[in-house]
Design a protein around this ligand. Structure first.
Ligand code: PMV
Length: 347
């Protein structure tokens, strides 16, 4: 029985790195291991309709719809992705695909949608493969989806599962690999269950530096060797911290990683400053509040000006009140997104 048409759908979340991936080798392999909290609210939902072509085409045959409208400017990115994964999904040129996608977060919020978007599409394509060949096991399915997501956008490979995902070879993490993300395999203290992340949208503009350009800046970077080895050390420390629940030590790693990411951009050639004045205002407010309130609120950053405010569940009321009273004023149009740790992609 040859399946000629069908439909699959996945909702896949974004993730926020605690130890950052910044710098890659050939084939989207990372220069250092990274680890992230999978998010919950920030997600992309993608549906793919597939129809068998009368004969295999020379090029990929697909149309792209984003929130109800055709989106031709995303097509080159998708085409590059499909050509990278073609050898792993040999049916790609035998079908026409209608890809419909939407994000849970506002357009042009400055929130990177590549992790959620690429992982949702990768999941749909592996789900189609599974409809064509139902022998694929669940664990192989998840690994393959993460492996293919990585070829779309490196960090996307950390969005398939939850709640903590590690990607990249690290000698002290069993099962870790550069090829795909794995669920963090060791004990995690209750302090880290249901962690909160409120994302402050400081600057909703286009990203000043694409992550491709950013990763490439690590190639001739004067501090690259030290940085990559620091990521390994920070992962070692996190293993102990996740086990014993030491939030003070957790904060040191997470904030230092965020500032190091930005330090790498400031010290590359060409150099960039991606923080905005309000990014620094927010960081200073968080530090002051942490001191006086004796809470464990901290920040992390992506490759942009927005601030992720992280805090444990048992401090959520007091910290969220502080965010509303003191931090929202620094956001563009007062916009922010309430998110928390999530458990990975869903059908
Ligand atoms: O997945 P990419 O290529 O867009 O890189 C993302 C890099 C950071 O978000 C800055 C860090 C990370 O580990 O997610």
């Amino acid at each position: 029985l040859k399946i000629t048409e069908g439909k699959v759908s996945y909702k896949s979340p974004s993730n926020i790195a605690l130890v950052k991936y910044w710098g890659k080798k050939e084939n989207q392999l990372p220069q250092n291991p990274s680890i992230s909290f999978t998010l919950d609210a920030c997600a992309t939902t993608t549906q793919v309709f597939y129809n068998k072509l009368p004969k295999p085409s020379d090029d990929f045959s697909f149309e792209l719809w984003f929130e109800g409208k055709t989106k031709d400017d995303f097509k080159p990115k998708i085409k590059t992705f499909l050509s990278r994964i073609e050898s792993y999904l040999p049916f790609l040129k035998e079908y026409h695909f209608k890809i419909e996608t939407s994000n849970s977060f506002p357009h042009s919020s400055g929130i990177a949608s590549s992790a959620s978007g690429m992982s949702a599409l990768a999941l749909c394509l592996v789900a189609i493969e599974r409809q064509l060949n139902p022998d694929i096991s669940d664990s192989f399915f998840l690994k393959k989806a993460s492996f293919l997501s990585r070829l779309g956008s490196g960090s996307a490979c950390r969005s398939i599962e939850g709640d903590i995902v590690q990607w990249g070879n690290h000698k002290n993490t069993k099962g870790s690999t550069d090829l795909y993300g794995i669920k963090y395999p060791y004990e995690v203290h209750d302090n880290f269950k249901n962690y909160y992340d409120t994302i402050l949208l400081v600057d909703k503009g286009q990203k000043q530096v694409s992550s491709t350009v950013g990763h490439n800046l690590m190639h001739d970077h004067p501090f690259a060797v030290q940085r990559f080895s620091q990521a390994h050390d920070n992962l070692d420390k996190l293993i102990t911290i996740f086990k014993n629940g030491d939030l003070k030590e957790f904060i040191k790693i997470v904030e230092s990683e965020a500032l190091t990411l930005h330090a790498m951009m400031m010290t590359s050639m060409p150099y960039f400053i991606l923080m905005k004045p309000n990014t620094l205002e927010i960081i200073n407010k968080i530090w002051e509040f942490r001191e006086v309130s004796k809470t464990n609120v901290c920040f992390t950053l992506d490759a942009g000006a927005n601030v992720h405010v992280l805090y444990p569940e048992n401090e959520k009321d007091v910290v969220f009140q502080f965010i509303k009273d003191e931090l929202i004023a620094y956001c563009e149009n007062q916009q922010y997104i309430c998110d928390r740790i999530g458990f990975g992609a869903k059908k």
